[in-house]
Design a protein around this ligand. Structure first.
Ligand code: NAI
Length: 318
């Protein structure tokens, strides 16, 4: 069977591509015709040790692997917090960028009681600030060519919360709001943006799972989802996906039908308490994907005239 999932002529930037998942993405794209920027600063799993021995040029090793196999790639060693430089590497070498995989990541696990400002700040810096810096720098190229694909990396720790990871969870959940907004801003330019919550054996997970689990959680089993979401045929945007060990699924918001009180002086905590079961009952739940969804619901329930303004309208095109 001929495999149709190719990226010939596409310029793909993968951050944190020196190890783990990012390395697999870079190898995948290069093997299927893309020109790849392999970004990695070569730190350890905790964001320290920038010039750690044998680590600082992990990007070079991946570039060599790609070139040895006949592919096209260049290395970039900038931290994602300087994402504009990573995009510049793509533009300087290949003229533009089509696909951006925001994958670089670190951990600083510690409970809230013991978390230092530095533990919080570095996680926000790498995951949130880094993804913003690369996406903002790539955006003008996407917009001009009316084409762009972004994948931002989240985590089940962000989507569901996880003990000892309040910093990481906050940063990873930030990817959801960021992605859903970019999906809306990019819609008319054929720019899609999606969230990936992966599960894969890597140095970030080696202390968490059993050896048996690590065996099935191969990073290359996550790659097909990245391939689909970054393909030109992709129509998904603003969505959240999970991928691990051959499992692929989509996650969405769910809102209970809820309880609608009369919005007047009769509305008290007692009234709400009496109707609490309705608030938390998910029978006939809705799946909203617009902030206006609740307002429309209120307009209907309270027989109000439709809202006249949408804050996004005045900004469109800017
Ligand atoms: P990894 O540690 O094997 O690879 C991450 C790479 O990012 C490393 O090579 C590192 O040097 C690089 N990096 C770190 N900070 C950087 C920075 N500031 N600038 C440039 N490069 C930087 O980790 P893994 O497991 O491959 O993780 C990839 C992404 O997937 C991360 O965002 C991680 O949070 C996320 N993730 C991974 C999961 C897993 O099961 N492995 C689960 C959930 C999320």
């Amino acid at each position: 069977m001929v495999d149709q999932t190719r990226y010939d002529g596409q310029v793909v930037v993968v951050t944190g591509a020196g190890n783990g998942l990012g390395r697999q993405y870079a190898l995948f794209f290069a093997a299927r015709g893309a020109k790849v920027v392999v970004n990695d600063l070569g730190g350890n799993a905790f964001g320290k040790d920038k010039e750690g021995k044998g680590q600082s040029r992990v990007a070079d090793a991946v570039v060599k692997e790609i070139r040895d196999a006949g592919g096209i790639a260049v290395a970039n060693y900038d931290p994602v917090q300087q994402g504009d430089r990573i995009i510049k590497t793509a533009v300087d070498n290949f003229g533009t960028v089509h696909v951006l995989i925001n994958n670089a990541g670190i951990l600083r696990d510690v409970t809230i009681r013991n978390m230092k400002d530095a533990d919080w700040d570095i996680i926000m810096d790498v995951h949130v600030h880094g993804s913003f810096k690369t996406a903002r720098a790539a955006w003008p190229f996407f917009k001009k060519q009316k084409y762009g694909r972004i994948i931002n990396t989240s985590s089940s720790s962000g989507l569901f919360g996880n003990f000892g990871q309040s910093n990481y969870a906050a940063g990873k959940m930030a990817m959801v709001g960021f992605t859903k907004t970019l999906a809306k801003e990019g819609a008319k330019y054929n720019i899609t943006c999606n969230v990936l919550a992966p599960g894969a054996a890597s140095r970030l997970t080696q202390t968490v799972w059993t050896p048996e689990m690590m065996d099935v959680m191969r990073p290359d089993f996550v790659v097909p989802l990245v391939g689909v979401l970054s393909h030109e045929s992709c129509r998904e945007s603003g969505s959240i996906f999970e991928a691990a060990a051959g499992h692929f699924s989509k996650i969405r918001w769910e809102r209970s039908k809820g309880f609608q009180a009369r919005p007047d002086d009769s509305l008290t905590a007692d009234v709400l308490l009496k109707n609490w079961k309705q608030v938390v009952n998910f029978t006939d739940a809705e799946h909203p994907n617009q902030p206006s969804h609740l307002i429309e619901r209120l307009e209907k329930a309270l027989e109000l005239p439709p809202a006249s303004g949408d804050s996004s309208i005045s900004l469109q095109g800017k």
